[in-house]
Design a protein. Sequence first.
Length: 434
Amino acid sequence: YGFGKAEALQGFKVLDIGLWRLGHKFAASLLGEAGAEVVAIEPLKGDPLRNLTPFGREEYMLADKETGEKCGLDFISEMVNKHSITLDVETEEGREVFKKLARHADVVVDGMLPGYMDKLGIGYRQLKEINPRLVYCWVGLRGSWGPMKDRTSKFGQWEVEPFACATNAYISSTGFPQDFLPRGKGGDPTRHGVWLADYIAGEQSAVNILAALYWRDEFSGEGQFLEMTSAEALMDIIDFDFAWYGFNKSIKSRTGGWDPNLNQYEWNPCKDGYMMIGGQSDRLWYRIGMCIERDYPQFGRLIHEDPFLKEVGARNALHALIKTYTLTTRWLREINRVEAEDKLMDYEIAAGPILFIDEVCEFPHFKYRPWVNTCETDYGTVLYPTTPNCYQQRTPHRLKWMGRRLGKDTYDVYRRWIGLSPSKVDELKGKGAI
């Protein structure tokens, strides 16, 4: 979608270097979708993320159609619009090549450990001397400075996304309450199903990079160093919890899918899955009650006879939530999602089914827009969600390719960016630098 139209970041060059983590990869992908030329730099054996696969099962990996090289779907999905080259920056020759690449780059996105690039002499402090216009963004977990910056596991250098969620209280506030102990510590915490903190850090990094590029090109002519951590990026979207604690030292309890601010703003099980129903105002809440009362009169008694359900603030109390959701579920268990949606929409109620991934892929509305597409990669056909920025009128973002095999663009990028001939690339290969 959007091919044939201009690209907002056409002409910008981006280097993406890092291992395992997704934050820097996602940031670079977003810039690539906007039209920047993005080069992913991998070590000679490839990013270890290439080998990540569910349950460690190779049958869940895809094989390169020419070389037979196996690659995990996570990595393929993170190689959106990126060229793949190999470079060992721990060799002297590799560092010199990296400096030459950085001289021509607008942006470096660094996902290495804190201080790693700086110790090699190719961090921002060194690169800005040869390219003052460079925007350098480091993306990590807890920061490149501070007392915990070097705290890593003795069994492996690379800490990944869950530690960010554990650091900022996101995990501790997520999950179903098995009981309701004081201070919000009843029940067990739950990890999010996706690597949310890394992706939010990636999104925030891309926003900060665009702002820095604008400031450079419109005002200063200078680049700058940016730092983004997944722990702090995620904290930015759970700010209500912090405000609550700052107000009266309350620790928000785990409420599962319930919203402590609203009654009837939750998913509940029905005959063939789950329904999301929203009753965030008096008008909607009473309409929900009238809809359910039509089939289940007991809900009508709940509305008419319980004084705690007359007003928004009172019906958010725990016992009121339990009453409401208990009767709602008793109504839903007799009908399927389509029936429930039709009944609720008759009363102009905000409601919708919770879709499973197969339903999302086959849903007529999402096919029409389309929300899901396929891409032919070096590893075969891959299903992917369309970039949400593809509907811009003049410069829509787009996915051009994904899942490059290791080093596929090595000769081409080195020739175009820094003028290395194939024989020179072969010479550096012989030295173990490429």
